[in-house]
Design a binder for this molecule. Structure first.
Ligand SMILES: [Zn+2]
Length: 487
């Protein structure tokens, strides 16, 4: 009996998803019409969204209220649209360095402001009132850091409520008594869908509301919406969806908001190949969240079977930016076979508006259970230390005049300069810069070092790794955003 019931549910879910397929495709295809172009990079600040909020305040389609202030005195704004009885509440960026959904929210608001998709929009706005609280942690965003100015993780403050940002989130949730909640985050780009090389571009969780991980109607509805959104993403990023571990965390907002009766959907934006600023992921947020809002308005999610939720692969953390496989490595007279996992790690400039790279070897050895955004099979290649260019240069103008391709082909990865400008905290060139007194230690591969070496075959350098970026020396372009300065 149970099996028949389940298979009927599964059939229903297929047809629900089929019906909404069309609108989703249209949303994806017309995205550029609604993209808020003024916020195109991850390091956005409260001052970047203020003009957008001002514009919405002056627009009678929207209701805008200041619902609180951050510790640093920055406004927390709630933007609402619609007249329906069902309240949908979306909040983003409670972690300051997780801006992808904040950008998508402003794209969604542009969509609501447009004259397009009339029928769908009427259905949404008649049945729902949709409330947005973008950038819950503006002080963290200012510094592009996870925590707020109190130095705490707002997502562990749902019970103690010490931070004004936490108090605001709780107060708004309670006053709306929201039916649905979207808890919008970014996760590490190094997450993958378990036992696959696919990054977890989006991960979902319908948080548990108790240690027993029971499923009541509130949580079940969140699972249904997740199944619905997963189906959309499979079309645009096949295999690139993960499911978070649902262990109950009594201090977290998602778990508590679920407990307080709001069907809560956690969305984590992860990584996507060659999308450093996560703009494709932003588009996937826009498309899937807006489609989810539509299915909530239509109540078509109700027929979806929650058993599909468990079938989404679990999140794992097994990705590197660069994985080098099977390289020969000489140490103390012996040759070993080694894999190397490298991450290109971002370091903010002091203004937190942009960043540079200080890459690291994360792991080495047998990394056959790991994956890379970029993988090089280095079978037959030997790792060689990068050499110092024999001529000492005076300043950066002289460095600039060098033929870097030539240098790299000859195995030079370092250039000595007598006058390094004080203002430079990294090398703007695809080689490292050394002061006249700095001595390069012998290459000793180990987790934590800056990945800089050459891969040689039959005495010829065919690949360079400079600051964790792979250069194919047979090709003409050198894609190394920056080197290091060793003073
Ligand atoms: Zn987060």
């Amino acid at each position: 009996m149970k099996n028949i019931f389940l298979s009927i549910l599964s059939l229903c879910s297929l047809s629900v998803i089929g019906q909404s397929d069309n609108i989703t495709t249209q949303l994806y295809d017309t995205y550029e019409n609604y993209k808020e172009s003024s916020i195109g990079k991850r390091r956005i600040k409260r001052s970047d969204i203020q003009p957008l909020i001002d514009k919405l305040s002056a627009n009678n389609k929207f209701k805008v209220h200041t619902v609180g202030k951050s510790i640093g005195g920055k406004d927390l704004s709630l933007i609402s649209i619609g007249t329906g009885e069902t309240n949908v509440f979306l909040w983003s960026q409670m972690h300051g360095d997780e801006p992808t959904a904040t950008q998508a929210i402003f794209d969604i608001l542009n969509f609501f402001d447009s004259e397009d998709f009339k029928e769908e929009k009427e259905a949404i706005l008649a049945n729902l009132t949709v409330h947005f609280l973008p950038m819950l942690n503006p002080d963290g965003a200012e510094l592009y850091q996870r925590r707020n100015l109190l130095g705490i993780d707002i997502n562990r403050d749902a019970l103690r409520l010490q931070s004004p940002e936490s108090q605001t989130l709780k107060r708004v949730r309670d006053s709306l008594d929201a039916d649905f909640g979207f808890n919008l985050h970014d996760q590490s780009t190094y997450y993958n869908a378990e036992r696959t090389e696919k990054p977890a571009t989006i991960s979902y969780l319908a948080p548990a509301y108790n240690y027993e991980k029971e499923i009541n109607e509130t949580r079940g509805n969140a699972m249904k919406i997740i199944v619905f959104m997963n189906d959309i993403l499979q079309k645009y990023a096949p295999g690139q969806v993960g499911r978070y571990n649902d262990d109950f965390e009594p201090r977290a907002f998602g778990d508590n908001i679920q407990k307080w009766g709001t069907s809560t959907i956690l969305i984590e934006s992860g990584g996507y190949a060659e999308d450093v600023e996560k703009q494709e992921i932003r588009k996937l947020n826009y498309t899937s969240i807006l489609s989810a809002i539509y299915t909530i308005a239509q109540k078509s999610y109700e027929a979806i079977g929650i058993e599909e939720y468990e079938k989404i692969p679990e999140n794992d953390r097994k990705l590197f930016d660069l994985k080098i496989v099977n390289a020969n490595y000489n140490l103390m007279g012996n040759t070993y076979t080694i894999d190397i996992g490298v991450n290109q790690i971002e370091v903010d400039y002091p203004d937190h508006n942009s960043f540079w790279y200080s890459s690291r070897v994360l792991d080495q050895g047998d990394l056959s259970t790991y994956y890379g955004y970029e993988t090089l099979d280095a079978t037959g290649y030997t790792i060689k230390q990068a050499k110092v260019y024999p001529k000492n240069l005076t300043n950066f103008d002289e460095v600039k005049a060098l033929n870097f391709k030539d240098l790299l082909k000859k195995g030079f990865g370092y250039v000595r300069v007598s006058s390094i400008p004080l203002k430079n905290i990294n090398s703007p060139f695809p080689v490292h810069i050394l002061s006249t007194k700095f001595k390069i230690p012998e290459l000793n591969l180990a987790p934590g070092i800056n990945p800089t070496f050459f891969l040689e075959k039959d005495g010829i350098s065919e690949y360079a790794v400079i600051n964790g970026f792979l250069v194919d020396l047979k090709k003409s372009d050198i894609q190394v955003p920056n080197g290091m300065i060793f003073r």
